[in-house]
Ligand binder design. Structure first.
Ligand code: SF4
Length: 99
């Protein structure tokens, strides 16, 4: 349950604790536990391959917005009255040609 203290709040819309490779095999939008969100904001925590928001620390901030924007799968989403639509996952880079 997300304790709504702001009109719109971020959440990690995933509950899978599979490692990133397994998650990617079955789901393009799941949390892969990469930790990019944690590097941007102390509000995010990764445990057992799954990120979550520490709502005791949550405030709208540039750091949280950076975490939202850096997430490669788009699993960080806003929820609330005027929440924006979820983003598309970043396109995977094609494998380099083997010459
Ligand atoms: S950046 Fe996205 S995919 Fe990576 S750990 Fe954070 S929420 Fe999960």
């Amino acid at each position: 349950m997300v304790p709504f203290s702001h009109e719109n709040m971020m959440t990690v819309a995933c509950s899978s604790r599979e490692n990133g490779k397994n998650t990617r095999a079955f789901c393009q939008v799941g949390c892969i536990g990469c930790g990019l969100c944690v590097k941007q904001s102390e509000t995010f925590v990764v445990e057992d391959n799954l990120a979550r928001v520490d709502y005791a620390k949550y405030e709208p901030s540039g750091q949280n917005e950076a975490a939202y924007n850096k997430c490669p799968t788009g699993v960080v989403v806003y929820r609330g009255k005027s929440a924006p639509e979820p983003r598309e996952p970043k396109a995977r880079q094609p494998a380099a040609d083997k010459a």
